[in-house]
Design a binder for this molecule. Structure first.
Ligand code: ADP
Length: 288
């Protein structure tokens, strides 16, 4: 698989065609999923529990092989042999929802070194890479700490560092701020933004419609293993029927914007544009 640099934003990074995945017990978790994801895009995946988000991530990471259909990464089909999967995991990394499923080394330095060591890099190169990741994710202070004594938020930061140290082109985040307090949620969201700015394609499963409204370029909605929408956040969240069908909450900014439109305090409800953050809404109101 060829590698794509950050200046190639916009070209097709992942192409999923007619993807089906059925578990051994017969549960059909994904059905006829077709998606194209471009380099550098910020994608939010939403849908109720059990809709197939984690299964999709595990298919993208090569843990599960599609029962039917295919996944192309950088124009080439995923190869399910040892070499193919090793290459795939250098391109696509996954940060699991529960860091305890991901962290297993004695201390943080060893933990973050594990992936690059497995790539067969020189010890000195690994050390430099780990130092650089610790620095860029602002967690140098955790370097010598035993992983099992870290707090939930710190574990999440180290789990992200694990993946960043592999220098992937795409990172999949399964509900990255679930179970985090607001300080650590903001910290993790900030890290995600920095990764996006560096050109990494980020796909996040989230239930947080306020966050998805503000952050995502595209929102994909999955229900019962099927993709029922893929569009920009304004279009997805303005679709009441879709939101109700997939149990997605209306973002607060949209609630307020729609209320202001209904009461004619703001005109142009039909121009399709609505603010994506409270800050943008405040600016709009200040212009009235
Ligand atoms: P989500 O991440 O959106 O909560 P999942 O991908 O975990 O959804 O699950 C999709 C469907 O697959 C659900 O019906 C779930 O019960 C089922 N499922 C998940 N893992 C397994 C498994 N190991 N064996 C059988 N069914 C599974």
């Amino acid at each position: 698989m060829r590698s794509a640099s950050s200046d190639m934003r916009g070209y097709t990074m992942i192409e999923i065609k007619n993807l089906n995945y059925q578990y051994e017990d017969g549960t059909v978790a994904l059905e006829n999923v077709n998606l194209t994801i471009n380099k550098g895009e910020k994608i939010a995946i939403m849908g109720p529990n059990g809709s197939g988000k984690s299964t999709l991530f595990l298919c993208l990471n090569g843990v599960y092989k599609p029962t039917k259909g295919s996944i192309h990464v950088n124009g080439e089909p995923i190869m399910y042999n040892r070499n193919g999967l090793k290459k795939l995991r250098q391109i696509i990394g996954i940060v699991f929802q529960n860091p305890d499923n991901q962290l297993f080394s004695a201390d943080v330095f060893q933990e973050i070194s594990f992936g690059p060591m497995n790539l067969g890099l020189e010890k000195e190169v690994v050390r430099e890479r780990v130092e650089s990741v610790l620095d860029s994710l602002h967690i140098e202070h955790l370097k010598k700490r035993p992983t099992h004594f870290l707090s939930g938020g710190q574990k999440k930061q180290v789990a992200i560092a694990d993946i960043v140290a592999m220098k992937p082109e795409v990172i999949l985040f399964d509900e990255p701020t679930a179970a985090l307090d607001s300080y650590h949620s903001q910290l993790v969201n900030g890290l995600v933004d920095e990764l996006c700015e560096s050109g990494i394609t980020v796909i996040q499963a989230t239930h947080d419609s306020d966050y998805a409204m503000e952050w995502a370029d595209q929102v994909i909605v999955i229900q019962d293993g099927r993709v029922i929408a893929k569009d920009n956040p304004q279009k997805v969240f303005q679709n009441v029927e879709l939101r109700e069908r997939a149990y997605i909450e209306e973002p607060n900014v949209l609630k307020m914007f729609n209320c202001l439109c209904r009461t004619h305090m703001i005109e142009n409800i039909n121009d399709g544009k609505c603010p994506r953050s409270i800050e943008d809404l405040v600016k709009l109101i200040e212009l009235l």
